[in-house]
Design a protein around this ligand. Sequence first.
Ligand SMILES: Nc1ncnc2c1ncn2[C@@H]1O[C@H](COP(=O)(O)OP(=O)(O)OP(=O)(O)O)[C@@H](O)[C@H]1O
Ligand SMILES: [Mg+2]
Length: 297
Amino acid sequence: MSAAIQAPIIAFAGKGGVGKTTCAAATALHFASHGRKTLAISTDATPSLSHIFQSTPAETPARAGDSLYFLEIGTVQARQMWEKKFGRDVYQVFSSFVEIDYADYVDFMASVLPGLAEEFIVDYIRELSCGSEWDAVVWDTAPLGQTMALLQTPALLTRHLRLAPRIYTKIKAGEGTRETILDIIRRWEELSAADVAFLRNGVEFNIVTIPEALAVNQLDEILGDLDKYDLKVRRLIINNVVQLSDSDFLRRKADQQQIYIKQLHNKFKRFQIAQVPLFPHEIKGRETLLKVADALY
Ligand SMILES: Nc1ncnc2c1ncn2[C@@H]1O[C@H](COP(=O)(O)OP(=O)(O)OP(=O)(O)O)[C@@H](O)[C@H]1O
Ligand SMILES: [Mg+2]
C-alpha cells in the first residue's frame, strides 16, 4: 500500500467488559487478512491483546500473524514516554510555582492524572499515523472525557496564568536554552492542540455496548463525552447478541435483548450499527476472532 495513503485509525470505546478488546483484535485481524500491515495497540493494565492473539505481552510491536502486529503499553512504560515528551517542560512550569523535586512531581502527576497513559498514547498514535509504517492502526480502549480534559490543561493554564508576572520570567529549561514559562506552556499547548486535532480528524470511534439496560443507559454518558469534544463516532457495535435457540432460557434472554436492540436502533439511526453474536466459547486465536470479524465487516 502506498505511503501517501494515511492509515485509518480505528478506536474502540465503551464501558468495562463489553467487548472492546475482542472487537479491536477482530478488526486488526480483519485488516491484516486483507494484506494491510496492521498494528493493534492497547493501554490495558492487564495485557489482553497478547492473550487474545495467543502471544506473549509485548512492549514493542510484536508479530501476531501475517501483516498483524500488536503492542501493549503498560502504565510504567506510558509514564516514561510521557516524561520524555512532556514531563520536563511541564515540570519547569510547576516548579516555578511550587517547590517540588522532579521525582515527586512525576509521582504526583501519575497519581492524580490516571489519563496520563492515554494522553501519551494519543500523541504516540498521532506520530504513528504520520509515518508510513502501518496501513491501519487499531486502538483498544480509547480515551474519553478524562484524557480530553487533560489535553485542555495547557490552554487552561495559559488562560489562568497570563496575568501572573512570574510566567514572563526566564527560567532555565534544559541545556543552554532559556524560555519563559509562557513559552513552555505554549509549546505544550501546541502539542496538545495537535493531539486534539488528530483525535477529531484522524480517528474513527467505534462504541461497543451490550443489549442490557445498564450498558444501554451508560451509552449516553460515553457519547456525551465524544460529542462534547467533537469526536467522530462511526459505528455502534452491539455485542453478545443471543442467537435463535431451542433453549427456553436463551429464547427468553434473546427476547429481553431485543427490547434493547430495538431501542438502540431507534435512538442511534445516525450511526452504522453492527451486531456481534454471543459465542458459546472463549474468543481467542485466529479462528474465533475471524468469526467476530465476519459479524463486524
Ligand atoms: N461476542 C462474544 N461472545 C462470547 N464471549 C465474548 C464476546 N465478546 C466478548 N466476549 C468475552 O467477554 C470477555 C470480555 O471481553 P473483552 O475483554 O473484549 O471486553 P473489554 O471491553 O475489552 O473489557 P475491559 O473493559 O475489561 O478491557 C472476554 O472474556 C471475551 O472473550
Ligand atoms: Mg479490554
